[in-house]
Design a binder for this molecule. Structure first.
Ligand code: A2P
Length: 324
């Protein structure tokens, strides 16, 4: 199969006009052997994927770095600037003076001089000095949003990243950030699938020039926090059958057609191929309306962990500001 050209969106607040491929390769679950992971990244590049999404938390930065170096050496991509690499600031480093060191550590892991996009991973800080996947209640603390964002802006000004953004920010938290940002976030990456459509957030982001990126667009099936109700949905299966596509393709196409971007995770060659074949067909207005009617339910990911008696979020309402 010839490489697919994946369309791109403009990131308005980027340091220099920069575009982002709408479809990215997610690396959130990384319990694979390094060789298998690298092979999947190389395969993805051959298929046309150019956007790779990682985070210091995922533990995938180093393997991704090795894969990128190999892809360049093999000539699968002409140069570094043909790739778009996203990483994320984890809560233990979400303190004003720790942002630049954390970003530099990510660059070192990735063997890169700059990132294309650096995101605040979650709107919560934690005790500095450790990288803990699970944020214990005693380690949680409110984020100094102004201080952390100023350091993110500094990172962009210094050229360590071309663009900056946020992840898991509700409309209200995004609005608050915009009230003091001198460089607005380019992207807000959030859970989004036909089962959690993020209509309010998408409208707000569109009005403010922020690109929404969907994570877990297939419901993150196969992970500890994932769910099968997306891929097993009756409505989505009917639409897929009528279009001669798979449910995964319907989900990916839906994200694209409603104007968002996405990171989808697969390390399987056939599914990688399938997931990129979404640009030469369309969902009809009727399909979109059926999807629009799907009752909404958010996945339970970090909610139980982040809603605590003594941490910054004492209820789901405080974490998501009513958007749940
Ligand atoms: P695999 O890596 O074996 O392909 P999400 O992107 O929502 O987090 O979902 C990722 C999960 O969905 C992974 O378990 C991945 O498994 C699976 N997946 C990815 N693409 C497809 C597809 N086209 N069909 C079915 N499952 C898929």
């Amino acid at each position: 199969m010839a490489a697919t050209h994946i369309s791109e969106v403009v990131l308005e607040s980027s340091n220099g006009r920069r575009t982002m491929p709408v479809l990215g390769f997610g690396t959130a679950s990384n319990n694979l052997q390094r060789e298998v992971f690298i092979e999947a990244v190389l395969e993805a590049i051959k298929l046309g994927y150019r956007h790779f999404d990682t985070a210091s938390l995922y533990g995938s930065e180093q393997s991704l770095g090795v894969a990128i170096a190999q892809a360049l050496k093999l000539g699968l991509v002409a140069s570094r600037d043909k790739l778009f690499i996203t990483s994320k600031l984890w809560s233990n480093d979400a303190h004003p003076d720790l942002v630049l060191p954390a970003l530099k550590k990510s660059l070192q892991n990735l063997e890169l001089d700059y990132l294309d996009l650096y995101l605040i991973h979650w709107p919560i800080s934690a005790t500095p000095g450790k990288l803990s996947h699970f944020l214990e209640e005693k380690d949680q603390m409110p984020m100094d949003f102004k201080g952390v964002w100023a350091a993110m802006e500094e990172a962009q000004r210094l050229g360590l990243t071309k663009s900056i953004g946020i992840s898991n920010f509700s409309t209200k938290k995004t609005q608050n950030l915009l009230s003091f940002a001198t460089i607005p976030p380019s992207v807000n990456q959030v859970e989004m699938s036909p089962f959690w459509q993020q209509k309010k957030l998408r409208e707000f982001c569109k009005a403010n020039g922020i690109v929404v990126t969907a994570f877990s667009p297939l419901g993150a099936i196969g992970t500890s926090w994932g769910t099968n109700y997306v891929l097993e949905s009756k409505v989505l299966n009917e639409i897929a059958k009528a279009r001669g596509k798979t449910v995964a393709q319907v989900c990916i196409r839906w994200v694209y057609q409603v104007g968002a971007t996405l990171a989808v995770k697969s390390y399987n060659k056939e599914r990688l191929k399938q997931n990129v074949q979404v640009f030469d067909w369309e969902l009809t207005e009727e399909d979109l309306e059926k999807i629009n009617q799907i009752p909404q339910r958010r996945m339970i990911s970090r909610e139980e962990e982040l809603v605590t008696a003594t941490g910054p979020y004492k209820s789901l309402d405080e974490l998501w500001d009513g958007e749940y």
